[in-house]
Design a protein around this ligand. Structure first.
Ligand code: SF4
Ligand code: SF4
Length: 435
């Protein structure tokens, strides 16, 4: 086992190791041409190749951490488009995450991020209470429409005045059900753990309801461990490796206590974290290997395990297209399953939209910290949605839903964002299969 003298030295060595990925680089520039950030900002420094050059210089001590370096490193969506298109098989996004880690060990996390990642997310109740209070305020303010004067207060919290937020739930998704929800068909086929994710728990609680109702109706016992915490992805993306490690270790230890046959997630980044990223943080063991193999994106689980009868479905006169979240299509290779689910619904008219797998610019906290660029990237998505002539855009990622819906509302466009699993639940409800 490698012993490091300081956390900085550990981060520096990991960074230096990550830059060696680029030994394979042929300097073809393809990562630059496909990068959504480069397309908007047009500077080599924002491309994967440019960031790697900075990383090499940082790791070898040839340059210092300057504002320009930090700016370049933070201009990345972790969308994995560069890795997916690199003919040499380079994975540049690891370099970006490690640069953020290295910088954090040198400069500290800052009080706000330390409070958020190490206290609020860890303790969980403050974020649950805050979400509820915001939910109450949103309802008292009639949803905060485009002309609501409350918008003038948004910049005080770092948000653009023109932004539309989703409504926070008054009751968390996890509190809607007991910890163990029995199968509705008697003896359960499998015992399935459900990692709801923070957004499912605090905002999109209809997704939690849909997942639980579908699985229990088709013979699965569902377990929602109430002590689950954030998957660690937002913490990792902000360079806090220690905070991410603590969260991942906690969730791993917690889910191990329930004797589960499978673990489902209905959030693209939670799925990627629990299937893959966790391997960087939790010590390798046969138990960890077995755990990661048990994790399924909800669409994967439904397609692999549930046999629907035709009479289960009710007709839905919806025109629907599908947006591929980066962490599902490139992170987990899940792309056919949600489409197959949607195509199976009677009455639903499914059509592909242009560039469905191109990043929408949300990227977790990127659409908070880099809102203007995130909206510029999203404008292409909105244009393609408008051209598709549809009622709904289905997807599988809460931040994509949030960011695209925000920009659709700003364009006064009538299309609505939905989760594919919610649309499936609509049809099963219309067919009387679920309540
Ligand atoms: S696409 Fe791959 S090989 Fe080409 S410049 Fe980028 S990292 Fe190098
Ligand atoms: S991960 Fe996405 S945003 Fe980041 S460098 Fe690669 S293509 Fe660009």
């Amino acid at each position: 086992m490698q012993i490091y003298t300081t956390p900085q030295e550990q981060a520096r060595q990991h960074l230096a190791e990550a830059t060696r990925e680029f030994d394979k680089c042929m300097q073809c520039g393809k990562c630059r041409n496909v990068c959504p950030v480069f397309k908007e900002l047009g500077n080599e420094i924002f491309s994967a190749r440019g960031k790697n050059k900075l990383a090499e210089k940082l790791a070898s001590g040839k340059i210092d951490i300057t504002e320009r370096v930090k700016h370049a490193i933070n201009e990345c969506l972790n969308c994995k488009t560069c890795a997916a298109n690199c003919p040499a098989g380079v994975s540049p996004e690891h370099v970006v995450l490690r640069m953020r880690w290295y910088i954090t060990t040198k400069e500290g996390l800052g009080w706000f991020k330390a409070l958020l990642f190490r206290q609020i997310l860890w303790r969980k109740w403050p974020i649950t209470l805050t979400a509820k209070l915001i939910g109450i305020s949103q309802r008292l303010l009639f949803g905060i429409g485009p002309n609501n004067p409350v918008r003038h207060l948004f910049p005080l919290f770092g948000f653009s005045k023109r932004r539309f937020f989703p409504q926070m739930a008054l009751r968390s998704g996890q509190s809607l059900f007991p910890e163990v929800i029995p199968a509705k068909t008697g003896k359960a086929k499998k015992r399935v753990g459900y990692f709801t994710g923070c957004a499912g728990n605090l905002i999109y609680t209809n997704v939690v309801k849909s997942v639980v109702e579908i699985l229990t109706a088709y013979g699965y016992e569902v377990v929602i461990p109430k002590k689950q915490k954030c998957n660690g992805t937002p913490v990792l993306a902000n360079g806090d490796y220690e905070g991410a490690r603590k969260l991942m270790q906690h969730n791993f230890d917690l889910f191990q206590q329930y004797d589960l046959d499978a673990i489902v997630v209905a959030c693209s980044s939670c799925g990627l974290a629990l299937k893959k990223e966790i391997k960087e943080f939790v010590a390798a063991s046969p138990e960890l290997e077995a755990f990661t193999k048990k994790v399924y994106d909800i669409h994967e689980f439904i397609e692999d395990n549930i046999t629907f009868a035709e009479e289960d479905f009710g007709d839905l006169p919806y025109r629907v297209s599908y947006h591929d979240p980066c962490h599902m299509v490139r992170g987990q290779g899940v792309t056919a399953q949600p489409r197959d689910i949607l195509r199976r619904i009677p009455g639903l008219n499914f059509s592909e939209m242009k560039d469905a797998a191109v990043c929408c610019g949300s990227a977790g906290s990127y659409c908070i910290t880099h809102y203007d660029t995130a909206i510029k990237i999203n404008n292409h998505k909105v244009k393609n949605i408008q051209a598709a002539d549809i009622d709904y855009v289905a997807t599988g990622c809460p931040t994509c839903v949030m960011h695209i819906q925000d920009n659709l509302l700003q364009h006064e466009s009538p299309e609505k964002m939905r989760f594919a699993v919610e649309i499936l639940a609509d049809s099963l409800r219309a067919g009387g299969k679920i309540a």
